[in-house]
Design a protein around this ligand. Sequence first.
Ligand SMILES: [Zn+2]
Ligand SMILES: [Zn+2]
Length: 322
Amino acid sequence: MIEFVFLGTSASAPSVDRGLSAAMVMYGDQRFLIDCGEGTQRQILRSGLGFKRLDHVLLTHGHLDHILGLGGLVSTFSRWEAVDHLTIYGGGWALERVRDLMNVALRGGEVQLRIDLCQLDAGVFWNRRGLAITAFPVVHRGPGCFGFLFGEEPHRPFLADEAERLGVPAGPERRQLVMGQPITLADGRVIHPDQVLGPVQPGLRLAWVGDAARIEGLHEHVEGADALVIEATYLDVEADMAQRFGHLTASQSATLAYEAGVEQLYLTHISRRYAARQILEEAEPIFPHTIVARDFDRFRISRSAAEPTPAGAAEEAVIHEQ
Ligand SMILES: [Zn+2]
Ligand SMILES: [Zn+2]
């Protein structure tokens, strides 16, 4: 199961109801903060997710609405021993800006926090404990913008009923079988993994795209994903503005979801100019399985379908113009 929580879903500037870009992706005990707009640390506190094991940050690009919160976050971490090491992944340009920001945030202080900046290239940059993360190039404004594909390793499900029938006791024997090793039961019978493991199931895939100027070139990276998260800053009526500022419209993002055959689409980076309803009304006719994310919405994908969980705000989000 891959879980993700939206911590900020507003474009460019915060609104009353939406913070700036940030989200947490979780797989087992692994946690990744994607982008860190201004105010993210308070959003993390409000979400109840906490800072524990929050030591990996992935940046889609270097615009301030996606990185400014890192200043506050490291300032807190540097005086707080719960997190003593932070690795920040991003393109070269994003990391250059982060370096400047860190210089300001940590200047002169006695810093306990170790920060590693890890420059991304397209390709797999994380492969641990059943999860691989691939960075892929995204065209927005400025160089070195990336999207991320979280991919679970394919695996064979354990057939508990079959194990029961064969008399395999619960405990380490079952773990051994899952790891592909045969076991010998007390009565001398040898049980092979094939007897208790089902056919190979493809792993879950979550595709995450930050700000993007066009959908061309993204299909191959998000193809068939269980969930696609992507920006929808504009509506088609302002397609010229979207193009000028290197953003997508709701219909473009929905078109990508449709053409790439993803299971579920989550739209974020919503402009204060529109209500969430308007974004949804434009996207849904093109791709019905669309959700316009709100701050603190929490979702999980398991097996083949994305299931929203009602952990986020219960009411329809309303965007207030400022
Ligand atoms: Zn942005
Ligand atoms: Zn941007």
